[in-house]
Design a binder for this molecule. Structure first.
Ligand code: FES
Length: 324
């Protein structure tokens, strides 16, 4: 399992300034072949020329369309991902992407779907709404945006078939947003599943309300940010690399990646926040404390993979090996 395997070379075929800080890109394969089909809620890895890897939701209205569509918000603190896509990428630019991955799938047993988006989190939510509209599924979409100028896909959301079920809320305070979401949850029928994507605090508030009002099993959320560290829970442990006798201490406040590099090991990395998989290593002994948002639940349960840029150890010693 390597983040860089099975990549696809694509070309940007169109670019649109969708909002004051957001550009929408259409991507097609450079060899003219069809891109892999995807389910609503899926995202792709985008491999940038700088070596960085970024994740973007596929937000096409038709998941079987020959091109992929992604929307990229320019982040003020960008370390080269969104900044490059906003300043350098243009029609004709080629880059590599990974195949679609879906950790945010629609439930096929839900009677109703409540789709809630904050800001650029509307991207996976839009593809879900389009799929539900096409299949005549029952859904409601609420999209919370900071300002009129930051609303993405306003035209699409305002016309058939989405207009009847989609509401855009602009400029609400945190209290008003909470009140609105509480109202939506209060009106939810039995067996309604909630899907939320947006900034971390927005998702935390929405998912918390939904867990209380609907139940844990009805709540789905998507996040491309780093896992949130739990304050004060970092303990010192050691890592040992396969074939080496010396254990390398990893004190609180230092990552395994940093400790290994300081010890002279040249390891690859990109995002360094646990979302891209570039730094992945194999676990040979010990119990990992996974802090990433890249591995699936099954991969975590298997306990054989480890992302040293963010994850730590529950055991005193973790024995690791580089991926072949
Ligand atoms: S460098 Fe991206 S997950 Fe570690």
């Amino acid at each position: 399992m390597n983040a860089a395997t099975d990549t696809i070379e694509v070309r940007i075929t169109d670019v649109d300034a969708a909002a004051d800080d957001t550009r929408v890109f259409w991507l097609a394969r450079t060899d003219g072949a069809a891109l892999p089909a995807y389910a609503p809620g899926s995202h792709i890895d985008v491999y940038l020329p700088s070596g960085l890897v970024r994740q973007y939701s596929l937000c096409g209205a038709d998941a079987s369309a020959p091109e992929y569509r992604i929307a990229v918000k320019r982040e003020p603190a960008s370390r080269g991902g969104s900044a490059w896509l906003h300043s350098a990428a243009q029609v004709g630019t080629q880059m590599r992407i990974g195949p679609p991955r879906n950790a945010f799938a629609l439930s096929d047993t839900a009677d109703q779907h409540l789709l809630i988006a904050g800001g650029i989190g509307v991207t996976p939510i839009l593809s879900m709404a389009c799929a539900l509209a096409a299949s005549r599924g029952h859904y409601t979409l609420a999209y919370f945006a900071r300002s009129d100028a930051s609303v993405v896909f306003r035209t699409e959301l305002g016309r058939s078939p989405l207009a009847d079920q989609a509401r855009i809320h602009v400029g609400l305070s945190t209290a008003a947003t909470r009140e609105c979401i509480t109202g939506l949850l209060s009106a939810a029928l039995p067996n309604t599943h909630l899907y939320v994507c947006g900034p971390p605090a927005f998702m935390e508030m929405t998912a918390g309300l939904a867990r209380d009002m609907l139940g844990e099993q009805f709540v789905h959320q998507e996040s491309f940010g780093p896992a949130v560290p739990v304050a004060g829970d970092e303990r010192e442990f050691s890592v040992r690399l396969e074939g080496r006798r010396d254990a390398i201490p990893v004190p609180a406040g230092k990552t395994v990646l940093a400790a290994l590099r300081e010890a002279g090991f040249d390891l690859p990395s990109s995002c360094e926040v646990g979302v891209c998989g570039t730094c992945m290593m194999r676990v040979l002994a010990g119990e990992p404390d996974h802090r990433d948002t890249y591995l699936t639940d099954d991969e975590r349960a298997a306990g054989t993979c480890f992302l040293p840029c963010v994850s730590r150890s529950n055991s005193a010693v973790l024995v690791l090996d580089e991926l072949a």
